[in-house]
Design a protein around this ligand. Structure first.
Ligand SMILES: *Cc1c(COP(=O)(O)O)cnc(C)c1O
Length: 235
């Protein structure tokens, strides 16, 4: 691969880490508590490999068929995060590549992923996608639905429920997204208070290229960054 592409990637990645570090410092959090999920839906496996060589291991994909296409081409220690809408007929084939699902957006999917995970002898770390007011997402549970369904979700044996995910509005300014991020955090805290047995329910997947700093300030544990990493690269 072009060495210029590699150096652009390296610089972009360093920029993102520096920005993450600054956001953490502002709110007295540790950078270790925030996972950068590099969203690779825009790029092919050569560019993903270059990111791998730069030390990246957490990759996010929104289309399940890409997981079974790109997954086998990359080293086995890559952690693939499923972040997009997952059609039920694609679960079986892509699940073996998935380390964590961020987009459990309906009960039918939760039940299916749980059953398929059990079938292959795994328990899949999973986040519930929440549709908040003013939010971009077409999919997801409303806060009311989650409050009603959380116990059932928590009992599904093939899922290890670890928290919540949201997509803030793409048009809104980062500051306007802050309210959405805060709402997600408060919902997580509320669910934790009501269900004291959900000891692993801590994660918040929120924040993308334009608003991840604000998301970190509001408690994001996973940020999903795509375009910012690939700025300046023809794709
Ligand atoms: C594409 C995508 C992202 C990354 O968006 P960027 O603005 O390119 O950083 C994050 N989350 C989801 C669910 C996506 O589909």
């Amino acid at each position: 691969m072009d060495s210029e592409i590699k150096s652009i990637l390296k610089r972009n990645l360093e920029d993102v880490y520096a920005t993450m570090g600054a956001a953490c410092a502002r709110v007295d959090r540790s950078l270790r508590d925030v996972t950068l999920v590099s969203v690779t839906k825009y790029v092919d496996s050569t560019i993903i490999s270059a990111l791998y060589d730069l030390g990246v291991r957490d990759f996010g994909e929104s289309r399940p068929q890409v997981l079974w296409e790109k997954g086998p081409k990359l080293p086995a220690d890559c952690r693939w995060h499923m972040i997009g809408h997952w059609q039920t007929n694609k679960v079986r084939r892509s699940l073996p590549f998935v380390s964590m699902v961020h987009s459990i957006d309906r009960m039918e999917l939760a039940e299916l992923v749980s059953a398929e995970a059990m079938r292959i002898g795994r328990q899949i770390p999973a986040l519930i996608e929440v549709k908040l007011v003013g939010d971009e997402a077409k999919h997801g549970f409303s806060p009311t639905e989650i409050r009603e369904e959380i116990e059932h979700l928590n009992r599904l044996p093939g899922l290890s429920l670890q928290g919540l995910m949201c997509m803030a509005s793409l048009e809104a300014s980062p500051e306007a997204c802050r309210a959405t991020f805060r709402e997600l955090r408060e919902l997580r805290d509320e669910l934790n208070q009501i269900h004291s047995t959900m000891t692993e329910f801590r994660s918040l997947s929120m924040g993308m290229s334009d608003d991840f700093e604000v998301a970190i300030e509001e408690g994001a544990t996973h940020i999903r960054v795509g375009s910012r990493l690939f700025e300046g690269i023809d794709r």
